[in-house]
Design a protein around this ligand. Sequence first.
Ligand code: DAT
Ligand code: MG
Length: 147
Amino acid sequence: MERTFLMVKPDGVQRNLIGEIVSRFEKKGFQLVGAKLMMIDQGLAEKHYQEHKDKPFFNELVDFITSGPVFAMVWEGNNVISVARSMMGKTNPQEAASGTVRGDYGLSVGMNIIHGSDSLESAKREIALFFNETELIDYKKEINRWI
Ligand code: DAT
Ligand code: MG
């Protein structure tokens, strides 16, 4: 079963959106396999956002993501990587459709509430960066056959 890495960013935590965001993915039919509230240090932030290291906003991005607690999660389900990306909405919340997390709750591209892996490779890399195998729980729900 496919897995992805999702994270409520510091602005989402400060704005009390953890429950709302978890609830959306639960109701969609995805299964939570790991989660933790944590601080990201400089080293982890630079690794996580390595693809953006040459962008003009890189330092701002690292400062923001290390500025307060984040809620890191691993979710599992059919096509979860791309479906979660559509549920998040476009990177710029002003362009994100209503009904998406960013479209419903965000206004600034710097503080866009949620992160989600964008491919199978980045999902594998990001899950390994944030979680040990022992923190990820494999379990079955009876309801899964109805989804
Ligand atoms: P996404 O988070 O939708 O995958 P991304 O990988 O292109 O978007 O960029 C990572 C984060 O960097 C994004 O969530 C917010 C920030 N960012 C992207 N483009 C930006 C810009 N033009 N100015 C400021 N921050 C930006
Ligand atoms: Mg990205």
